[in-house]
Design a protein around this ligand. Structure first.
Ligand code: AMP
Length: 366
């Protein structure tokens, strides 16, 4: 169910957010700026988004009575992470406007479906094939050649469930290593891309079909977790135009209402290959909070509330650095930097690999 563009949500309406992490927290803050209330649904009573919303339902995503009550209490629902059970999304979508559509979630929850979708709409990806066991892995590696990368088809993120495969890799051990994180949905073998840099583009689309892209940004990872986002990406203009064009095309073809983040590889000869999709706000868009006319979170709220999309004009060049695990111990040093904006997510326990906050250093153009 889409909100007709002619009837935007009234001030005071309630935005339901599935998921309680930092992306939900920043979405709820943006919603409040536009006069909306937020109601978070998540299983964790102390999740970061619950700290900033007046209403929260703490329940498992499988709890249909809690989902039904949530649906009755909100005007629209969005998500802050895509790996919520599809059945929960479908249950809610049958009762209340729900963006992005569960069919989009279904594509983005599975790497094979993502790449098949790209192929169907003419968007380039690296070469890939489906693998189901150690024997099919051996056959696929023999056919594709190495190096390549084995990934779980579902639920893998921040490098979990991924194994790099070289000519001398023990494929039995590689399968066993990947299978520990697998969910039974099988795996994908991808040809390794010798990329020059990784970029992402976040595109918003309203229910009236209007689209806006944020500028392509450059992402650098450490231990498979995003470390820094550099704005704008340092790549040839032609490749960046291609990346933006892909994002606009994908948003329309997938029937998006809301946000879609598209991670891409740019190769040395200017090819742009899609790696991964996320139909929600994205870590590589956090810079927009401090260095763009409209933040990605506000843009999401505008899109799902039937408001016009905002300007995505950057106000400054910027570098966003994630504060991961113990990085947060020295977070206060950034408060002395006049060009830095610190964001902490209110998490008390700094476990290794846990995103605790981020800091954006801005470099205004004027
Ligand atoms: P992903 O979970 O697919 O985003 O992968 C995490 C990171 O692993 C990416 O950001 C890349 O740095 C790297 N990676 C993933 N797939 C490939 C690939 N096919 N070729 C080269 N590097 C890859």
């Amino acid at each position: 169910m889409a909100n007709p563009a002619s009837s935007p949500l009234r001030p005071g309406a309630v935005i339901g957010i599935l998921g309680g992490g930092q992306l939900g927290r920043m979405t709820a803050i943006a919603a409040a700026h536009l006069g909306y209330r937020s109601h978070v649904f998540c299983p964790d009573a102390d999740a970061p988004a619950t700290h900033v919303t007046s209403r929260a339902t703490i329940a498992p995503y499988e709890d249909e009575a809690a989902l039904a009550a949530f649906a009755a209490a909100v005007d629209v629902v969005t998500i802050e992470f895509e790996n919520i059970p599809l059945t929960a999304a479908q249950f809610l979508a049958a009762r209340v406007p729900f963006h992005p559509d569960p069919a989009i979630l279904s594509i983005c929850q599975n790497r094979l479906r993502e790449k098949e979708f790209c192929g169907k709409i003419g968007v380039p990806t690296t070469r890939y094939t489906s693998v189901t066991d150690a024997a099919s892995l051996a056959a696929a590696v023999a056919d594709m050649g190495s190096p390549c990368v084995l990934k779980t088809a579902e639920m893998g993120y921040d490098g979990k469930g991924q194994v790099a495969i070289a000519a001398d890799t023990d494929l039995g051990a590689a399968w066993a290593g990947m299978a520990q994180a697998a969910t039974g949905a099988g795996a994908i073998l991808e040809r390794y891309v010798d990329f020059r840099l990784e970029v992402s583009v976040i595109v918003a689309r309203g229910s009236d079909g209007a689209r806006q892209t944020f500028v392509p940004v450059e992402n650098q990872h450490k231990h498979h977790i995003l470390d820094q986002t550099i704005v704008p990406a340092r790549a040839p203009a032609k490749a960046l135009d291609k990346a933006e064009g892909i994002a606009r095309h994908m948003a329309a073809e997938i029937g998006l209402v809301g946000l879609l983040a598209i991670e891409m590889f740019v190769t040395g000869d200017g090819e742009v290959l899609v790696n991964e999709l996320a139909p929600r706000p994205h870590n590589s868009g956090h810079w927009t909070l401090d260095a763009c006319v409209t933040s990605q979170f506000e843009q999401l709220v505008r899109a799902i509330a039937g408001l016009p999309l905002g300007s995505t004009e950057p106000l400054a060049d910027a570098v966003m650095k994630n504060l991961v695990g113990d990085d947060v111990a020295s977070a206060s040093t950034h408060l002395n930097d006049p060009r830095a904006k610190l964001h902490l997510y209110g998490k008390t326990e700094a476990r290794p690999g846990r995103k605790m906050g981020h800091v954006t250093r801005i470099n205004p153009k004027y």
